[in-house]
Every structure is written in C-alpha cells, then in structure tokens.
Ligand binder design. Structure first.
Ligand SMILES: C[S@@+](CC[C@H](N)C(=O)[O-])C[C@H]1O[C@@H](n2cnc3c(N)ncnc32)[C@H](O)[C@@H]1O
Length: 221
C-alpha cells in the first residue's frame, strides 16, 4: 500500500451503505459508477460517495472555468467534476503511470467531450510550471506534501478561488479525537501544520468539515 492509502475510510462498498452515504448518492452515469466500483474492489483510494457528492456540489456552485486536481488516480473525481462543469478546463496530475493511463481510459469512456488535460508527473514539480489561475483546486495527492504546496497553490488561486484539501482529518488524528499511532506521528504533524496554516492565513477563509475523511475548504479573499 502506498503512503496515502490509509487516509481513506469512506471508499469501501460497506462504508458507503452507512451514515450520510445513505443520502449522498452521486448522480453519475453507470459507466463512471462502474469505474468507481472497480477501483474500490482493487482498493484504489478513490473518493467515496460523501466526498464525491460534496465535490460535485461545490463545483456546481463555484462554476469554475479552470479546475486543478492533484492526484488523479483512475480519474473518477476529475470525470465527475467534468460532468458537472462540461465547459471547464480540468488539469489533473498523477505520478503513477499505471493510474494515469487508466484515467485517460476513464475520460474517454465517461466524458469523451470534456476538456480534461491529464498530466503524468509529480504534483510538486507540475504546479511550479503551470500558467494562469484555477478557480477551483482539489488537492488529493500525498497528504504530507499539502503544506509544501500551499504557497504555490495560493498563487494559482484568483480572489474567490477555492482550495479543497481532502483527507485532512485522518481517522480523527488531526482533530485529536483519536490517538496518533507512533509511526504515523510525522504524517499527522504535516497535516496539522497544513490545517493550522490555512486556518490562520489572513488571505484565506477556511472551513474544516467532516466529509469523508475530512476536507479543508479554503477560499482566497
Ligand atoms: C487519493 S488518490 C486520488 C483519488 C482521486 N482524486 C479520486 O478520488 O478519484 C491519490 C493519488 O495521488 C497520487 N499522488 C500521490 N503523490 C503524488 C504526487 N506527488 N504527484 C502526483 N500524484 C501523486 C497517487 O498516485 C494517487 O493516485
């Protein structure tokens, strides 16, 4: 399992039947649902129902012209955002070549007319060379890097732009509701640093919410 995989609890078919997932049913075509179910079966950490509904509602409200996603995996969140915002340009970055190639197939299958630009590469390197601004950024790559990416992502956001960082509550570790296992302390410390930074940043308005494994939603003033 990769470093990010344990940050997801809301992705299994079992957990999707519990709690708010009973009501949060993403309105997506069967072919995209099939890609998600295939990913769940293979334990690829793609967004669960709660997170996906939240994300789709957010982009429906923000109506971004340009979306940046860090962490494509097999393309389920990027495809869902494209279905909600068919005119948006979506740049999505993935460092795992196998996932990147699968994501391209997902886009061809589920949203062939979408303006999605998949990039195979390291998010930290890619964001340094991206031009222009993105009205909506969905950060869902390695959690330990969130704090490192924050200064550059703030530059890529226009005023009113939204930065949604996924999986920030980590089994209750970051909120203090659960004790952090010893070997995960460094990991939890990086996320706490991110949450402290966004919640005290004068240029951002941030709300940390319990959706999925926690989302920090920051809006640039
Ligand atoms: C949680 S998954 C993304 C799930 C996807 N957004 C979805 O819900 O459909 C995280 C992904 O980030 C990728 N990733 C991790 N670190 C990365 C990095 N530094 N640059 C680009 N991708 C990265 C992983 O390979 C993995 O596919």
């Amino acid at each position: 399992m990769d470093e990010f995989s344990y940050a997801h609890r809301d992705t299994s078919p079992e957990s999707s039947g519990k709690g708010l997932a009973r009501f949060n049913k993403p309105n997506i075509p069967p072919e995209l649902q099939a890609v998600r179910e295939g990913a769940f079966e293979r334990e690829i950490p793609v967004a669960g129902d709660d997170t996906l509904c939240f994300l789709m509602a957010q982009v429906a409200a923000v109506k971004p012209k340009r979306i940046l996603e860090l962490g494509t995996a097999v393309g389920t969140t990027a495809a869902a955002m494209a279905l909600v915002c068919p005119d948006a340009e979506i740049v999505t970055v993935e460092k795992d070549e196998r996932f990147y190639k699968e994501a391209i197939k997902t886009f061809q299958l589920c949203c062939p007319n979408a303006k999605i630009k998949p990039i195979f590469g390291d998010a930290g390197e890619v964001i340094e060379v991206l031009a222009g601004v993105f009205d909506f950024i969905f950060m869902d790559s390695a959690k330990v890097q969130y704090i490192k990416y924050l200064p550059r992502l703030k530059q890529l956001l226009p005023r009113g732009g939204v930065l949604a960082a996924d999986d920030v509550l980590l089994f209750g570790w970051a909120s203090g509701e659960a004790e952090v296992p010893k070997k995960r302390r460094m990991f939890a410390a990086h996320i706490e640093e991110y949450l402290a930074a966004v919640s005290s940043d004068e240029e951002l308005i941030t709300s940390v919410i319990k959706v999925g494994d926690g989302i920090a939603l920051s809006v640039k003033k």
